[in-house]
Design a protein around this ligand. Structure first.
Ligand SMILES: Cc1cc2nc3c(=O)[nH]c(=O)nc-3n(C[C@H](O)[C@H](O)[C@H](O)COP(=O)(O)OP(=O)(O)OC[C@H]3O[C@@H](n4cnc5c(N)ncnc54)[C@H](O)[C@@H]3O)c2cc1C
Length: 435
């Protein structure tokens, strides 16, 4: 890929130094080795992997094991990095970014500002100064850790049984406390799993002394002198507690474009080049709304999407020409020692319109589910044994007609050799297993 002619010495600013921002640096440097790059983060860390903060809370990983890029990454890429710097305003007419470390002119700007925790309106939440936490940043995990060291914590409640809530719960297991997760839906991980997969994870959590309360939520928080004391649930049940973690999800952090003409819906709207309605403003990751697989326009707050989108934005900002082709709604997470991958339609509403293949081994906690429509796979869940998930993902992405191999799909021996030769070649070349 070549840099556009006549655009030497570009000045790029990148807001956000997490996976989208860092991938944007890589995208720019793939094409433009000379341009000046300024990166801003309101956090104080070089970089860290957000999905690992529960392992930090648990004590399994130390702070210096959370980086996803070496510290010298910034030096090698000649980055002007501004940590603990909040970007406050963009002047789109003059192309100036206003930050707490000064004002910066730019030719191109990338917004990788990620998501913000959703805070529900609960009676009494505003009176709780101590004991209530969110869980999306390393500083959240640090604050929780410190609270544990300073106070005698006996009871923790997590509001939210989705990805972030359960990762947080994992961080508390083995701490010898009483732990409860409260989930509004009738199952944990409601967005990604079906009932059976949720039940397998739920049982493992229960075996680890984690109570799960479903189809319920918190209606009232009671504090004394600002310190959290009790919660009252929708069904009237009262729970005394020392710590409440609110982990019901994130929504795109679009604060920086408020008051500008950059278009947004749920997230900042970008085209397939990750470009907003302003040709010099790009966005990607948890803040960006994009067309995903099968033309669904949405924000999917997952790490691989942020990585891919940041890179594509960087390439295009530097004058390259790369399109984002969309991802499946996908999650790849380890919970309490169980590896899981789910993608596409996992839990169709009108089951009769689909063909569903399932295989479960309760004892080994292995579960495979494949959802098929008109001889094409449209979704899958792999739990416990995820080895062949990449092949299934490739079959979905490439819309392969599977009627000849249907009966083998959830077989223990299913592998590349069962696939039609033409498709096997495609996979071996590496194109078919992209997730
Ligand atoms: C506990 C937890 C577990 C997770 N586990 C998984 C998992 O297992 N698998 C998976 O795929 N995904 C997981 N995710 C989701 C994944 O971490 C996100 O999708 C990913 O981090 C998004 O990257 P991003 O770069 O778009 O945004 P973020 O990682 O949210 O980073 C945005 C950065 O921009 C900074 N910023 C925002 N506004 C400003 C401003 N005005 N000025 C300066 N800086 C600013 C923020 O402070 C932050 O540092 C998890 C998330 C959490 C919280």
């Amino acid at each position: 890929m070549k840099k556009e002619k006549g655009l030497k010495n570009r000045k790029y600013v990148i807001v956000g130094n997490s996976i989208a921002g860092v991938s944007c640096i890589e995208g720019i440097r793939e094409i433009d080795s000379d341009g000046e790059i300024y990166v801003f983060s309101d956090e104080e860390y070089f970089n860290y992997s957000r999905p690992l903060i529960s392992y930090y809370l648990e004590g399994r990983l130390k702070e210096n094991q959370l980086n996803f890029k070496e510290i010298d990454f910034y030096k090698k890429n000649r980055i002007n990095l501004f940590l603990k710097t909040k970007c406050e305003k963009i002047d789109l007419d003059r192309k100036i970014l206003y930050t707490t470390s000064g004002n910066f002119e730019f030719n191109y700007i990338f917004l990788g500002t990620g998501g913000k925790p959703i805070l529900p309106k609960i009676e009494g939440i505003e009176n709780t100064e101590k004991g209530t936490f969110t869980f999306t940043k390393l500083n959240d995990a640090k604050k929780l850790k410190k609270y544990f060291e300073e106070k005698e914590i006996k009871k923790v409640v997590i509001l939210g049984g989705g990805l972030i809530g359960l990762k947080c719960a994992e961080g508390f297991l083995g701490k010898g406390i009483s732990l409860t997760v409260i989930e509004l839906s009738d199952k944990i991980l409601p967005n990604t799993f079906d009932s059976l997969a949720s039940e397998i994870i739920e049982n493992k959590l229960k075996e680890n002394n984690c109570e799960i309360i479903k189809e319920n939520t918190i209606e009232k928080i009671i504090s004394k002198n600002g310190i959290l004391k009790e919660i009252v649930l929708k069904d009237g049940k009262k729970i005394s507690l020392d710590v409440l973690v609110i982990a019901i999800g994130v929504f795109p952090n679009t604060d920086l474009i408020e008051g500008t003409k950059v278009e947004k819906n749920k997230g900042i709207i970008v085209d397939e080049y990750m470009r907003t309605n302003f040709p010099f403003v790009f966005a990607g990751g948890d803040v960006a709304e994009t067309y995903e697989f099968e033309g669904i326009k949405t924000v999917i707050p997952i790490w691989p999407r942020a990585s891919k989108q940041g890179k594509i934005a960087g390439i295009n900002m530097a004058g390259g020409d790369k399109k984002y082709e969309g991802m499946f709604i996908m999650n790849s997470v380890d919970f309490i020692g169980i590896s899981t991958i789910s993608f596409g339609i996992t839990n169709p509403k009108n089951e009769k319109d689909y063909e569903i293949l399932k295989k479960v081994d309760y004892e080994k906690r292995i579960y495979r589910k494949i959802v098929i429509k008109e001889n094409r796979i449209v979704g899958a869940i792999f739990l416990g044994d995820i080895e062949r998930a990449g092949i299934i993902c490739g079959l979905i992405r490439n819309k392969v007609d599977i009627h000849l191999i249907k009966k083998f799909l959830i077989d223990d021996k299913f592998g590349l050799l069962i696939l039609p030769e033409s498709y096997r070649k495609h996979i071996v070349k590496g194109e078919g297993i992209e997730v």
